[in-house]
Design a binder for this molecule. Structure first.
Ligand SMILES: Nc1ccn([C@@H]2O[C@H](COP(=O)(O)OP(=O)(O)OP(=O)(O)O)[C@@H](O)[C@H]2O)c(=O)n1
Ligand SMILES: C[C@](O)(CO)[C@H](O)COP(=O)(O)O
Length: 230
């Protein structure tokens, strides 16, 4: 299974002066945690990382420290996550039939989650990891007035990994570019093209490190995991 890791963001909401994936979480950069989980996941045998060229020397340094057994390719990212994934798809080896896409910023995903998604992708053409929403969600208008309270039973929070048949996802990305669709995940392109996307149970701890608070929460979760292993 091929894995693409979008890692070309700026981390604006983190308020840091560099790509947040290079920030240190406990004893190593965020991206290193993500890569370690991918390395440990059976079934993943090729990893592509989409990044901004300015970050490539740091990425190379992380890779040198980790000394992974799986082949890793650095791919130039785009201006948006959507464009970065598009570039990643173009760079996949020609024999790639199915692909998992996992945000570099979701650095707490476990190898088991990658494996669960990889297995499920053998029997469907599109899936995402997701968890049931715990909050009551409100749809609100531009004046701050609630329009609707959707039934929580039907609400799931999208995570990554997201997995797809490569050919179908490429077609959806092409369609998205032609139509000018701007989406925040790949499943949305599949949905817009009328294709089915299945849910695989995600992990509550698989948060996307987006703001400084997330960094503290991620550190807390990692410390708890390490303590439980002792
Ligand atoms: N042009 C972009 C933008 C984002 N990403 C990646 O997509 C994932 C999810 O994006 P997000 O958490 O929003 O990261 P940033 O874009 O870095 O953050 P922000 O939106 O706060 O600037 C991250 O792993 C990020 O590196 C990417 O590959 N290419
Ligand atoms: C793909 C994703 O992580 C699913 O939750 C999310 O949509 C990425 O979106 P962002 O706007 O780049 O944070």
């Amino acid at each position: 299974m091929h894995l693409l890791i979008p890692a070309a963001g700026m981390g604006r909401r983190m308020g840091s002066d560099r790509n947040k994936l290079l920030l240190t979480l406990l004893d190593k950069p965020l991206l290193a945690w993500t890569l370690e989980a991918a390395e440990a996941a059976t079934g993943i045998d090729w990893i592509g990382i989409m990044g901004q060229p300015v970050d490539f020397p740091d990425f190379q340094e992380i890779l040198a420290q980790l000394n992974l057994t799986k082949p890793v390719e650095l791919i130039q990212g785009g201006e948006t996550r959507q464009q970065s994934v598009y570039n990643g798809l173009q760079a996949l080896p020609t024999d790639a039939e199915r692909v998992l896409i996992h945000d570099g910023a979701r650095c707490l995903a476990t190898p088991e989650l990658f494996e669960r998604c990889g297995m499920a992708l053998q029997t469907c053409s599109g899936l995402i990891a997701a968890v049931p929403v715990k909050d009551t969600i409100k749809v609100v208008d531009q004046n701050g007035l609630i329009l609707e309270t959707p039934d929580r039973q039907q609400l799931w929070a999208a995570q990554t990994p997201q997995g797809f048949e490569v050919k179908l996802l490429e077609e959806c990305h092409d369609q998205g570019r032609q139509q000018g669709w701007e989406v925040t995940d790949d499943a949305a392109l599949f949905e817009k093209c009328g294709l089915s996307v299945h849910i695989v149970m995600g992990e509550e701890t698989n948060l996307k490190v987006t703001t400084p608070v997330d960094l503290s929460v991620a550190e807390f979760i990692l410390r708890s995991k390490i303590k439980n292993q002792e």
